[in-house]
Design a protein around this ligand. Structure first.
Ligand code: ADP
Length: 490
């Protein structure tokens, strides 16, 4: 099958979080399983050009209809670790993708509506005719609308769309002016409640809802989160839309690219290791301590890696640090804050604990350091408020770092409590789970692995090794995606 992935990120060239990892890992495994994949992305000024091989102009005469006129674009081609990628660069005064960052401007909705339109125009004029266009998250929600309302009549009538939702909280959208920009000129038709109209905001269109309504298949990134979105509050007002379209909606767990995330192959870490020589992990712990100026002593290291965002339960992340110190453990944090308030909180803490021999806070994004932390830490806390899938707990497992997670979303599908899980045999369990959002729940979940580490190291290590043996590769998830593609393709 020929599949085009359309997204705003693809690791390692463009990565703000899990979306980038997923687009890359999914595409690579599809290719491993014999399919042909192209990935189409915006050409940002701030992306990691050092991860692109053979960047060249692929198409220089792309005119993308926009508002009353059109915008000239150049499309670049290149390989990202073997993967065929295309990058769209608009030449306009708005500098849509030359802002020194991927997201966070007031016109994000317009920027990505433009991107979606540009992708279709590019495929249309270059006769790219994939069987499946796989769109990701709100940034590409308008693409299926334009495909089936406009481009279908320009020779693209046999393309089918699979739409994956990675985060229901960010839905994209805005006033009807966006319809003007993408030339969907029939307000009363598009603004009807069963099409693009936002479920709560009057006179607003909603990109993610548009993606759900118009795509041929829709999924989110874990079975449990699919259930939460459909029946709980996690769909952020899209629950009804999912109900209407329930026949095409499901959850497919994300995978990990074990060529990227694998302690046996990882070139960033001090010493490769696997479940058979778990004792070598100790060298990575030592290496991590040296790198972060932590004291060398017989103590566990607890880590947090992830965005510092309300979604991630930042209050509990902060409390985990305090509790770890109370229990004489060491704590390492790597995170980039998504708001000034959160940034201030963690900067204050960082300054207060600057000379502490048992703590290191690294505030920012650092891919290489994240590998060292996964490899060197003993435990990883993931106290999320909600978590569509979560990759950090799966990466931690692969690196023999025991996850302590809140039982929500994909965390429920991947971490099985050492003491209490009734659906898995003791030898299949791999971590610690708590459910409430208060500090007592977190502390009691952290207490259990700490006690095990202090009193029965052998059992703790055995648990870590069990985690390393879990298979969260892309193999199975990709089989499920291919099943979906087969079902919808013409
Ligand atoms: P989300 O997509 O919600 O941010 P996930 O757990 O799905 O969270 O994916 C997070 C990915 O981003 C992981 O690969 C993680 O290692 C990486 N990551 C998050 N924050 C940072 C950071 N500050 N530095 C390096 N990598 C990070």
């Amino acid at each position: 099958m020929y599949i085009v992935q359309v997204a705003s990120e693809c690791a390692p060239v463009i990565k703000a979080g899990g979306l980038g990892d997923v687009v890359f890992g999914l595409s690579r495994e599809l290719e491993n399983q014999g399919h042909t994949v192209d990935v189409i992305l915006p050409k940002y000024d701030c992306m990691r050009y050092d991860h692109i091989w053979g960047l060249h102009e692929d198409y220089n005469d792309l005119w993308v209809p926009w508002g009353g006129g059109s915008i000239h674009c150049t499309v670049f081609g290149g390989k990202v670790h073997g993967l065929n990628c295309f990058f769209i660069e608009p030449h306009s005064n708005e500098s849509f993708f030359n802002r020194g960052k991927y997201y966070g401007d007031n016109d994000d909705n317009l920027r990505f509506a433009f991107f979606s339109r540009a992708v279709l125009e590019y495929m249309c004029v270059t006769s790219k005719r994939p069987e499946i266009v796989h769109c990701h998250d709100w940034q590409t929600g308008l693409l299926p609308v334009m495909l089936f309302e406009q481009y279908k009549y320009r020779g693209m009538d046999s393309q089918r769309v699979c739409y994956t939702i990675h985060n229901f909280k960010h839905q994209g959208g805005g006033s009807v002016d966006i319809l003007r920009a993408v030339q969907l000129d029939n307000d009363s038709y598009y603004m009807s409640p069963d099409r693009l109209k936002d479920n709560t905001l009057p006179n607003h269109i909603n990109f993610m809802k548009s993606g759900i309504v118009y795509s041929n298949a829709v999924n989110t990134v874990s079975p449990h989160h699919a259930w939460e979105a459909r029946f709980g509050n996690e769909g952020y007002s899209l629950g009804h839309t999912l109900y209407v379209h329930e026949d095409k909606f499901k959850g497919i767990l994300n995978g990990l690219d074990y060529k990227v995330w694998n302690p046996e192959l990882d070139e960033y870490i001090s010493m490769p290791f696997g479940p058979e020589d778990f004792e070598l992990k100790a060298y990575n712990k030592k290496g991590l301590r040296e790198r972060l100026w932590l004291e060398e002593k017989d103590r566990p290291i607890i880590a947090y890696v992830g965005r510092l965002d309300d979604q991630k339960g930042v209050g509990l992340v902060h409390h985990a640090l305090e509790y770890a110190l109370r229990r004489s453990a060491q704590f390492v944090l790597l995170g980039s804050a998504t708001s000034d308030a959160i940034k201030n909180l963690f900067w204050q803490t960082k300054n207060r604990l600057n000379d502490h021999p048992d703590v290191h806070l690294e505030l920012g994004f650092n891919e290489e350091l994240s590998h060292l932390i996964y490899a060197g830490a003993d435990m990883m806390v993931v106290p999320s408020n909600y978590e569509p899938c979560g990759l950090t707990q799966m990466i931690a497992l692969k690196y023999g770092t025991v996850p302590i997670v809140r039982g929500v979303g994909g965390l429920v599908n991947t971490v099985f409590d050492y003491d209490y899980d009734e659906t898995h045999l003791p030898e299949e369990r791999n971590g610690f789970v708590f459910y409430q959002t208060d500090v007592t729940a977190l502390e009691s979940a952290m207490h259990r692995p700490l006690e095990l580490w202090y009193t029965d190291r052998k059992a703790f290590n055995q648990l870590a090794i069990q985690g390393m043996r879990c298979d969260y590769s892309w193999r199975q998830p990709v089989e499920q995606y291919v099943e979906v593609y087969e079902k919808i393709k013409v």
